[in-house]
Design a protein around this ligand. Structure first.
Ligand SMILES: *Cc1c(COP(=O)(O)O)cnc(C)c1O
Length: 451
């Protein structure tokens, strides 16, 4: 086996800044120990999110120049439409400014008081948009998907038996659609198998319920199907994607993930009535149906990105480089969510820092130290973010697409292992200020002292 290399060379570069620990101590103190409060130039390796942080290709930048900025009927829209439907053969394709705008429109049309929408695990914006209409968002991921250390090739699968029971209990009339999130972001970027998609499809068919994908990382999901599921190793990623989408009635998509762009999204539907109602709302909040909150050039960049994301060399490098980071730190003893998902590595901070009680936010303590030790910015996913309903205390290291090289990743590994060796020195934190909602973005912390 030879080294898996980045399947691209670098044409344009952006400097990242080295800082000293003393400088970082000052920066993070000024940010009240909240990593969202740092300026990006105070960060060396930014693993806060993989959303909208991709590097575009020279072909995408060329496509930006071709953008047709006509208000209606823009050529860019038709190139975008062709690119989307080549993979996702739905009847209606509605552009939006990002994934949550597609969610907001879809749920305004189909959801409401007393409705219930099941998913493997709802992403936070999906859940929030469903709940905003008065409906309930229900998570039905398989049991293995809830345990960080349990090994399963498709930990994102939905529990089919639980879905059947759920439909029988609440009645199909209160369920406007069933959703599947590919890959399951909130569950650690874990994939859903084709077998599971087919099984869920059968159940939906029986009860006449539409199946909608949250398709943000559809290509990463298809690659996992290719390498892990029987019968798919000889199929192309495009064939697998087409098979996946042929089993759904529509999808919401954030182009900031697997369309390799910095902004954009879309909503796909087969149902004419839902599509007509969605376009009416689109005009109200996003824009005319052939641009939907985006510039023509953005639509062209998405069209090219959707083509590039299907390249197997890219997906091989993408999935393997995420796994490489997880494997190396795990081999050194760092507890992580296993198996490594597609877009991020999750460190189990509760397991790593047993001397810091959950009330003193072990995930935040670890995220702060990773920044102090090496200028790395990760994201606490635990009690700071979810309060008392947090299931785990994790630090997510999300990998931007095509941005960092293997030496950057090797550096991250060295920093994490160094912090792991000194883990007993880490101190817990407390919250000294918090806003009323979504506190993780803006709350202030300080270290706890036990003297
Ligand atoms: C990012 C994301 C969204 C929301 O998309 P935005 O473009 O950030 O609005 C929805 N679902 C999943 C699974 C996501 O990862």
């Amino acid at each position: 086996m030879k080294t898996i290399i980045e399947p691209f060379r670098i044409k344009s570069v952006e400097p990242i800044r080295m800082t000293t620990r003393a400088q970082r101590e000052k920066y993070i103190r000024n940010a009240h120990y909240n990593l969202f409060g740092l300026k990006s130039d105070q960060v060396l390796i930014d693993l806060l999110t993989d959303s909208g942080t991709s590097a575009m290709s020279s072909d995408q930048w060329a496509a930006i120049q071709r953008g047709d900025e006509s208000y209606a009927g823009s050529e860019s829209y038709f190139r975008f439409y062709e690119a989307v439907t080549a993979i996702m053969p739905f009847k209606h394709v509605i552009p939006t400014h990002q994934g949550r705008a597609a969610e907001k429109i879809l749920f305004s049309v189909i959801s409401g008081e007393n409705k219930k929408i099941p998913n493997n695990t709802h992403f936070d914006t999906t859940r929030a948009n469903i709940e905003y209409t008065g409906a309930t968002a229900v998570d039905l991921v398989i049991e293995e998907g809830k345990k960080p250390q349990s090994i399963h090739p498709f930990k994102g699968n939905m529990d089919a038996k639980a879905l059947r029971k759920f439909i029988d209990d609440v009645g199909p009339k209160s369920i406007p659609c069933v959703m599947l999130t590919l890959t399951n972001n909130s569950g650690g970027g874990q994939p859903v198998s084709m077998e599971n998609i087919k099984e869920i499809r059968q159940i939906c068919k029986k009860y006449k319920l539409p199946l909608i994908f949250d398709a943000c990382r559809f290509a990463e999901n298809a690659y996992f199907i290719k390498i892990r599921e029987d019968g798919y190793s000889n199929k192309s990623i495009k064939e697998i994607c087409k098979e996946m989408f042929s089993l759904a009635d529509g999808c919401t998509m954030s182009a900031k993930k697997d369309a390799l762009v910095n902004i954009g999204g879309f909503l796909c539907l087969n149902d004419d009535d839902w599509a007509a109602k969605s376009r009416n709302l689109l005009i109200l909040t996003e824009g005319f149906p052939t641009y939907g909150g985006l510039a023509g050039r953005d639509l062209d960049a998405i069209a090219v990105g959707l083509h590039e994301i299907l390249e197997e060399d890219y997906l091989h490098y993408r999935i393997r480089s995420t796994e490489y980071l997880g494997e190396k730190i795990n081999a050194a003893g760092v507890p992580i969510v296993l198996p490594v998902g597609g877009h991020a590595v999750y460190i189990d901070a509760k397991e790593m820092l047993p001397h810091i009680p959950v009330a003193e936010f072990p995930g935040q303590a670890l995220a702060i130290e990773l920044y102090l030790a090496g200028g790395i910015r990760g994201c606490e996913i635990g009690s700071v973010m979810f309060g008392e309903s947090a299931q785990m205390e994790l630090v997510r290291l999300a990998i931007p697409r095509r941005v960092y090289t293997q030496s950057h990743v090797d550096y991250v590994i060295e920093v994490i292992i160094d912090v792991f060796k000194r883990r007993n020195e880490l101190k817990g934190v407390r919250i000294v200020y918090q806003p009323e909602v979504l506190r993780h973005f803006t709350c202030h912390f300080d270290f706890v002292s036990h003297n």
